[in-house]
Ligand binder design. Structure first.
Ligand code: AP5
Length: 182
């Protein structure tokens, strides 16, 4: 199975859930910028306080902050990794390309988890994270369409994109992903 992966998809698509399973199974490092930012918020650091305001509105945190979080973790690891929630726009994708070229670790596959908006919203409302309320979810979906969805074309054009249907049980989706990554 491929060992340097990127998961793409709208909020609530199941990226984090599936990334955890694949990383446990394949012994990959799971780099979720959302989780790393939430840790920063929990720590009460000044960066965390800055990020919290932005996250609670469903907007994107600055590219520089996110890159600094990812960079040190990618550079010290070579057994394989899965990026979840990063890159989030074309500028972050360009920064990531530069970084991966520098450390000679190209992406092997980009996996897009596709699913209807209605199911996403139901899942997120059920989860009830701080940014999982109707208003913030709508903004997160808008930001996804405006800023993140252009990455689909970008990775398709360079031949890295695979899509899977995110509807169904966690186990069913996981089987589809494993098949797509083999
Ligand atoms: P982030 O944490 O990345 O949130 P997100 O992209 O909105 O994704 P979610 O965590 O909501 O969804 P997911 O696809 O991981 O689904 P999950 O597996 O959790 O980002 C949060 C914020 O941080 C952003 O808004 C932004 O402010 C900031 N940020 C993060 N990265 C950034 C970046 N690179 N640049 C700038 N800012 C950044 O599943 C969702 C729910 O559904 C769970 O409860 C799960 O149990 C359930 N579920 C999963 N699969 C299934 C299934 N098959 N059936 C039923 N339920 C399921």
């Amino acid at each position: 199975m491929k060992k340097r992966l990127l998961f793409l998809g709208p909020p609530g698509a199941g990226k984090g859930t599936q990334a955890n399973l694949i990383c446990q199974d394949q012994d990959l490092v799971h780099l979720s910028t959302g989780d790393l930012l939430r840790e920063e918020v929990e720590s009460g650091s000044s960066l965390g306080r800055e990020a919290e305001i932005v996250m609670n509105q469903g907007e994107l945190v600055s590219d520089e902050l996110v890159l600094s979080i990812v960079e040190k973790r990618l550079s010290i690891n070579s057994q394989g990794w899965l990026l979840d929630g990063f890159p989030r726009n074309l500028a972050q994708a360009a920064l990531l390309d530069d970084l991966l070229q520098k450390i000679s670790q190209p992406i092997e596959s980009v996996l897009l988890i596709e699913i209807d908006d209605q199911i996403l919203v139901e899942r997120m409302l059920l989860r009830g994270r701080k940014d999982d309320n109707q208003e913030v979810i709508s903004n997160r979906l808008k930001i996804y369409r405006d800023k993140t969805a252009p990455l689909i074309k970008h990775y398709k054009n360079i031949g890295l994109l695979n899509s899977v249907d995110g509807f169904g049980s966690v186990e069913d989706v996981n089987s589809r992903i494993k098949e797509a990554l083999n």
